[in-house]
Ligand binder design. Sequence first.
Ligand code: KDG
Ligand code: MG
Length: 408
Amino acid sequence: MKITDAKVFVGGPGKNYVTLKIMTDQGVYGLGDATLNNRETLPAAYLQDYLIPNLIGMDPRNSEDIWQFFYRGAYFRRGPIAMAAFGAIDMALWDIKGKLANMPLYQLFGGKSRDGAMVYAHATGADLEDLMDSIAHYVALGYKAVRVQCGIPGMPTASYAVPEIRGEGKHYISDFTGIRPKVEVWDSARYMRYMPDALMNIREKFGPDLHILHDVHHRLTPREAAQFAKAVEPANLFWLEDPTPAEDQSALELLRQHSSVPIAIGEVFNSIYDCNRLIEKELIDYIRVAVTYAGGITPVKRIVDLAGLHNIRTGFHGAPSHSPLCMAAQAHLNAWAPNFGIQEYLVLGTPACDALFPSRHRMENGMVYVSDAPGLGVEFDESEAAQYSYTPGSHPIVRLEDGTMWNY
Ligand code: KDG
Ligand code: MG
């Protein structure tokens, strides 16, 4: 069996999805996602210029060897651009494998460990009252877990994932604002004074059963993160996400000495070598890699197994930037993983997105139910894709009040 051709498409409804289609001499094809949020043309070029010319003629069933060929063969290893491009190839090869076996991918991993996988939504508010309305909206829809972010009184601008205007927060996305980034102004002291009580108010209003998550988005120093983690303990969070910048992994040792709040990290990681120290030293409770950014199903499955050895559960990244193909790969891993924790899941632009990527994966009452169709279980409608093209976008940047650049 041979790969005969591969094509890359960039575009989508409100997002630049980077979709790879690998064709074979047996008529079976596979789909993969290389959407590196706000840098989408780069993995697309890597695929087109370097990887696809090598793929043609390879046996698509040898997904492990093909992954090693590209990873080891690059010499300059890792990095988000290369790993997103390898991720798309690996996903597409697993899609082909599933179609050849006539089985959904979760069967190839070891079958289902659960029927539905719990997801969390993003509730946001310009202020706490607005956030409470947003949480109530998701609770009414049946969500069991909600990530909560709100505006901080006295903060000069809205901060991470927070809308400026009340009532506009239910589907608020803060990135994709054009080629020149929007500037947010940040003040850690104000945030640390306000947020612990706000989280406690949310806990009191919604009761003990709702799973409450909060994302610090890499904003605190190690000492501040330790102090903050201790302060939010009474709110009994499901997790505290990215309290410190991901590069400084020793920061979490200080946090662990002061707090037992569950920690989730890894959305910016792109290999097992970014995760292994945190997992082996048990400095985190949830690993947040995404199948696309971390190089595909093959390496992410290894990360999940390593995490399982240390009682660390999964909480895969699933921001609005993730293509339905990445979400499908994660849905199959979530259905199988013995150490599944939760899945971030946002339903955005659904009719147009569903038309581009038809599938039978479904969301009901805050749970995702994986499709039984062979492979990833997602189609790609090329006639729909023809209406979309690349639109430049960026993440916001963050400055302190005196102008100092800070972490987004
Ligand atoms: O591309 C980056 C976004 O996906 C990120 O800002 C979202 O922090 C995020 C999250 O938890 O989804
Ligand atoms: Mg996050």
